[in-house]
Design a binder for this molecule. Structure first.
Ligand SMILES: C[S@@+](CC[C@H](N)C(=O)[O-])C[C@H]1O[C@@H](n2cnc3c(N)ncnc32)[C@H](O)[C@@H]1O
Length: 227
């Protein structure tokens, strides 16, 4: 897996964009929707300003500029050393580390918020439980663990995955499976929210999406739970 993403160090964004070109939307639209969702969850579930965040499987760090003003201390880890080098070159203020994909290189309970965004479908399913336990281990009691994943029930998501060259071995998991993994990992107050349903980012569009977020309609979902 490390080698696969090492080879996308310089063109990761272009490869993602070409897989979603059919939607007529830029990659940045999808990233802004994720940042808005995280901001919402931080307000609702952490009730704290600028949480310390760890982003597991952060890749080249293209999401991180959008987190400025939303989170405080930010760390990113990935199995792809080349992606981590690129992330570091682009975001000097973030603490980046490459690791072996097993034990996260941090002590217990060091973060308020731990995310893995479009990562789990690249992790072999037999490692999902251990991955979730690691996410929980490095989150402080009362902190939030959040994964964002492709919704396998959305046909346009399936099309985008089929068109993405680095998703050939992806094993998609729905929100139900993600919630079960979180439950088995000992997380509490588990929830899931589908998003990226409408091609607009106006306030009314976001309100409609929020109202429908319990239904598995949107292109992606966030599953989250308290450590
Ligand atoms: C599709 S990319 C997503 C990158 C980033 N999270 C984003 O949303 O732009 C998936 C990333 O997961 C990383 N990855 C795969 N298996 C991993 C593991 N076991 N632990 C940490 N990262 C992993 C890959 O190296 C790759 O950078």
């Amino acid at each position: 897996m490390a080698e696969l993403f090492d080879s996308y160090r310089s063109n990761y964004r272009d490869v993602v964009q070409s897989s979603i070109d059919f939607s007529g939307l830029p990659h940045s639209f999808f990233m802004r929707a994720k940042a808005d969702l995280l901001r919402e969850l931080i307000g609702e579930r952490l009730g704290q300003d600028k949480p310390a965040m760890l982003d597991v499987g952060c890749g080249v760090g293209s999401f991180h500029p959008l987190l400025r003003g939303i989170v405080g201390r930010l760390s990113g880890i990935d199995v792809s050393a080349a992606s981590i080098a690129q992330a570091h070159a682009d975001n000097r203020d973030v603490d980046y580390r490459a690791f072996d994909g097993r034990r996260f290189p941090f002590d217990d309970a060091g973060f308020d918020l731990v995310t893995a965004i479009c990562v789990l479908h690249h992790v072999p399913p037999e490692e999902w439980a251990q991955f979730m336990q690691e996410m929980r281990r490095v989150t402080r009691p009362g902190g939030l663990v959040c994964i964002i994943e492709h919704n396998p029930l959305n046909p346009l998501t399936r099309l985008a995955v089929a068109r993405c060259e680095f998703d050939r071995d992806a094993v998609l998991l729905g929100a139900g499976k993600a919630r079960k993994l979180m439950m088995a990992g000992g997380l509490l107050e588990i929830g899931a929210r589908h998003f990226l349903l409408l091609p607009w980012e106006t306030k009314p569009a976001r309100r409609i999406e929020r109202g429908l977020s319990n239904l598995p309609l949107g292109a992606q979902y966030a599953a989250f739970g308290t450590a």
